[in-house]
Design a protein around this ligand. Structure first.
Ligand code: NAI
Ligand code: MG
Length: 332
């Protein structure tokens, strides 16, 4: 039995984590869950936003599955998600977007993986407001070592998975310091992988290219904010936020979570699509070398997604979270 830290999160988090647990149970996956939450929920109960018991559990297990956690806009606590990524140097945010047969989309052959730098850039936390001058700064700090780590992770992935092309996305024409650093590191590292095609795109053009001809992209690597935005865009190309998975990966720890947030508009209504978290859990099974279990669950999931009536409302079906989950279980 492999022990995994489970962070249920809030909003739709508890509903979709319950679904994944039920599917893992039914598939007899040899993992046990050590459940530890974070955010407003734990703040209300024990006065800690990131409980020390959660930190200890992550350090011990090195692998976690995480539901979404709400971050209020404006004054309020600093994002728990960003803090966890920075605390454990989970510098690589890996977000695949692939067309699923049966899921209704505008494109038929999207198959790309986005690598988002996960600890620096505009999410560095360098936030200042000068009361006297009424000036606010949010600093997009990049380090050379940080750029190299994420760019190398993207190329290593492309190499391992026989991907044809890596595209670096930036705004180096305007961001003369941080943007230029990211771009120059990308073109340097690209030289070490001569068998992989390399190109770069300015972020605004990239947005247009993606919604016109997404099939032309393979592996994409970019900085934190651009990656955050592009990953929701890519989700839209393949069926929406309900279906796209993600992983926050460092050198010795990985936290798997969906791209989407806590979806307060549908929380507690049994409407959430658990596919995104389930796919993140499937990525996790590959990470811990449980390939057979991963493949078995993925087959049952794909067979369910191919039948629209059995899907949740976001995919045009009428099933509840738990009905959809039961359809998957019945196909295991
Ligand atoms: P969101 O991703 O929660 O929701 C955007 C839209 O997609 C909503 O209409 C929602 O109903 C829908 N949606 C999302 N996941 C879905 C699912 N599994 N099934 C069906 N529909 C789904 O983004 P929003 O509303 O901007 O953010 C809500 C909160 O989540 C914010 O506090 C934000 O900070 C937080 N958030 C947390 C993340 C994390 O924990 N990693 C990531 C992104 C946002
Ligand atoms: Mg996001």
């Amino acid at each position: 039995m492999r022990e995994i830290t489970l962070i249920p999160g809030d909003g739709i988090g508890p509903e979709i984590t319950e679904a994944v647990k039920a599917i893992f149970d039914a598939a007899n996956v040899p993992v046990t869950w050590e459940e530890e939450n974070a955010g407003q929920t734990t703040f209300d109960s024990i006065g800690e936003l990131i409980p020390s018991t959660l930190i200890a559990s992550l350090k011990k297990n090195k692998v976690a599955l995480k539901g979404p956690i709400t971050t209020p806009v404006g004054k309020g606590f600093k994002s728990i998600n960003v803090q966890l990524r920075q605390m454990f140097d989970l510098y690589s945010n890996v977000r695949p977007a692939k067309t699923t047969p049966g899921v209704n989309t505008r494109f038929e052959n999207v198959n790309l993986v986005l690598f988002r730098e996960n600890t620096e850039g505009l999410y560095s936390g360098l936030e200042m407001f000068d009361e006297r001058l009424q000036i606010s700064d949010s600093v997009a700090r990049l380090t050379r070592v940080g750029c190299r780590k994420i760019i190398r992770a993207a190329f290593e992935y492309a190499n391992k998975h026989n991907c044809k092309k890596v595209t670096a996305v930036h705004k180096a024409n305007i961001l003369k310091s941080a943007g230029a650093l990211f771009l120059s590191e990308a073109s340097e590292i690209a030289k070490e992988y001569p068998h992989i095609q390399y190109d770069d795109k300015i972020i605004d053009n990239m947005c247009m290219q993606l919604v016109i001809k997404p099939e032309q992209f393979d592996v994409i690597v970019t900085t934190n904010l651009f990656g955050d935005i592009l990953s929701d865009l890519c989700a839209g190309l393949v069926g929406g936020l309900g279906v796209v998975s993600g992983a926050n990966v460092g050198n010795d720890m990985a936290i798997f979570e969906a791209v989407h947030g806590s979806a307060p508009d549908i929380a507690g209504q049994g409407k959430a699509n658990p596919t995104a978290l389930l796919r993140s859990a499937i990525m996790m099974l590959h990470h811990i070398n449980m390939k057979d279990e991963a493949d078995r669950i993925e087959k049952a999931l794909d067979a369910t997604l191919a039948n629209r009536e059995q899907c949740t409302g976001d995919l045009g079906g009428s099933a509840s979270t738990m009905e959809f989950t039961q359809h998957i279980i019945s196909k295991l």
